[in-house]
Design a binder for this molecule. Structure first.
Ligand code: NDP
Length: 498
């Protein structure tokens, strides 16, 4: 399956265009390392054109009735729905997520995100403040103007939509840069934007290397806000680049997420969820648990069942309906995972499952890593501290709840964690001490658009989804309406104004 017969264009000022310098780059299927499409490779010149178009469009878009903006988002949702079959295959071909995932999650979630934001965004409101009896004080929620959106490859379309939809409904204009390895579905969105009638300049999409195109967006004087999802190191670089302009940066970054499994956990539920959450999408989910802290009373039973369940995951061609786990997104991701596997072995961890590439000849050219589980004895080793973003999990035996909390918090990341116990009172008290943005009890990786998502520490402090996302795309403008008859100043008796 390839898309070599299709032309892909950027979207600038309402037109589908090629880059000024005519550059191109290949998109490669990680399951077999074959080129599946050729896309535009932009430069800073294209970014300048896109930002200029977004700047020209921003006042008219801000002043467009929110209901009209919502109708355009509903049209985008309808076009994605209409083209869902092609988008499913494109998503799978460009980054290796199995069709069972791209069909059942990615594309429906992108549709839902447009529709949900089109509805919720209409009721974004400011506040009134009644502190001073001689005034009426209110706050308006204002769009930033031109916002730059930079997105990763692990859920290429839905991550882009989860930024585009709230940005547009709140009246911002957008310059979006998708990931270079997986830009196809976002480029199809460029076509739908033209078909839906989104006004020229309101949504601009440019493809090209993060170090050039991404940085040109971040440093552009006319871009007032950046929303970035990706690796923590890249996030820090973006914050550094944005700092001289005091530019607002929303960042959804990496995670090193934990499950705490206590003696009284429901074993069937925790085994099933751990297997799914750790290995779904080949572990390439920001919320995947890669550190499992298991209390000693349940440890042997859990580990035995977890390893057996993970060994039954069907790894293979992501285009095959039966495949549960495809390859990693590209070869360098596999190589990184393999380096962590070797370093865990050198650190004395015990390999319980996997640790190798699949042996089947049809997978030999792909970026595959089998589901891998280590028994770990030291929380300080690389694989318990660094985000691997692969199907590689460390399991560690713990004695007490306090020990579990200390181990979870002993991380520079703070995206999410879960606690598995029948005792909700105990779990809620533990959650008070966890330094994470999302904490589940008896659940993991359940993320729905109505609930907020985002972390702490090196995972970034931003919230996406839910009503809270609108805080990322608007600022509060404070308006004071004076009702008093006379001015009140501290100079009243000191100055003669006559
Ligand atoms: P990267 O950080 O490598 O890339 C993300 C985006 O940033 C890409 O579009 C990339 O462009 C661009 N980029 C790269 N360098 C720069 C730069 N110097 N300036 C501006 N933009 C740049 O992340 P991945 O695509 O590898 O995605 C995986 C990461 O995303 C993981 O760390 C994961 O945890 C995180 N993530 C976090 C989520 C959350 O909600 N917290 C959700 C999903 C993923 P290019 O592709 O051209 O390099």
């Amino acid at each position: 399956m390839d898309f070599l017969n299709q032309e892909f264009y950027n979207l600038i000022d309402g037109k589908l265009v090629k880059p000024v310098k005519g550059g191109t780059m290949n998109v490669v299927n990680p399951a077999n390392n074959k080129v599946v499409a050729v896309v535009p490779k932009c430069t800073a010149e294209d970014v300048n054109l896109a930002v200029a178009a977004a700047k020209r469009a921003k006042n008219a878009w801000k002043n467009t009735y929110v209901g009209e903006r919502a109708q355009l988002l509903f049209k985008m949702a309808a076009l994605i729905r209409e083209h869902a079959d092609e988008l499913v295959l494109m998503e799978t071909a460009q980054y290796g997520g199995p069709v069972s995932k791209t069909r059942n999650f990615d594309i429906p979630a992108a549709i839902e995100e447009f529709e949900l934001m089109a509805g919720m965004g209409r009721s974004v409101t400011g506040k009134t403040i009644t502190a001073d009896p001689n005034a009426r004080v209110l706050t308006l929620r204002e769009p930033f103007g031109v916002v730059g959106l930079i997105t990763p490859w692990n859920f290429p379309l839905v991550t882009a939509v989860s930024k585009v939809a709230p940005a547009l409904i709140t009246g911002n204009t957008v310059v979006l840069k998708p990931p270079s390895c997986a830009p196809l579905t976002v480029l199809k969105m460029a076509e739908y934007a033209v078909e839906a009638g989104i006004p020229a300049g309101v949504l601009n999409i440019v493809t090209g290397p993060g170090t050039e195109v991404g940085e040109a967006i971040v440093t552009h004087r006319d871009v007032n806000k950046i929303s970035f999802t990706g690796d923590s190191h890249v996030g820090k670089r973006i914050m550094e680049l944005a700092a001289p302009q005091v530019k607002s940066v929303a960042s959804e970054l990496g995670g090193k997420n934990a499950m705490i499994i206590l003696d009284d956990a429901e074993l069937d539920n925790v085994v099933e969820t751990a297997t799914y959450a750790a290995f779904f999408n080949s572990g390439q989910n920001c919320g995947s648990p890669s550190r499992l802290y298991v209390q000693e009373g349940i440890y042997d039973a859990f580990v035995d069942r977890f390893v057996k369940a993970a060994s039954k995951i069907v790894v293979g061609d992501p285009m095959d309906e039966k495949t549960m786990m495809g390859p990693l997104a590209y070869n360098a991701c596999r190589d990184t995972a393999e380096r962590f596997i070797e370093s865990a072995k050198r650190a004395g961890s015990k390999l319980l499952l996997g640790g190798e590439r699949p042996t089947s000849p049809d997978m030999k050219d792909g970026a595959f890593v089998m589901p891998t589980i280590f028994e770990v004895y030291d929380n300080k080793i690389d694989m318990m501290q660094e985000e691997i973003f692969a199907p590689v999990v460390g399991v560690m035996k713990i004695k007490t709840e306090d020990e579990a909390i200390d181990l979870v918090n002993d991380s520079r990341y703070g995206l999410c964690a879960s606690i598995w116990t029948r005792d909700y009172r105990k779990a809620l008290k533990m959650i008070d001490r966890l330094e994470v943005g999302t904490a589940w009890i008896n659940q993991h990786l359940k993320i729905v658009p109505e609930t907020p998502w985002g972390g702490t520490k090196d995972s970034g402090w931003t919230k996406e989804n839910s009503m809270l996302v609108f805080d990322e795309y608007t600022y509060h403008k404070h308006i004071w309406l004076e009702l008093g008859d006379k001015p009140h100043t501290f100079w009243e008796s000191m100055i003669d104004i006559k």
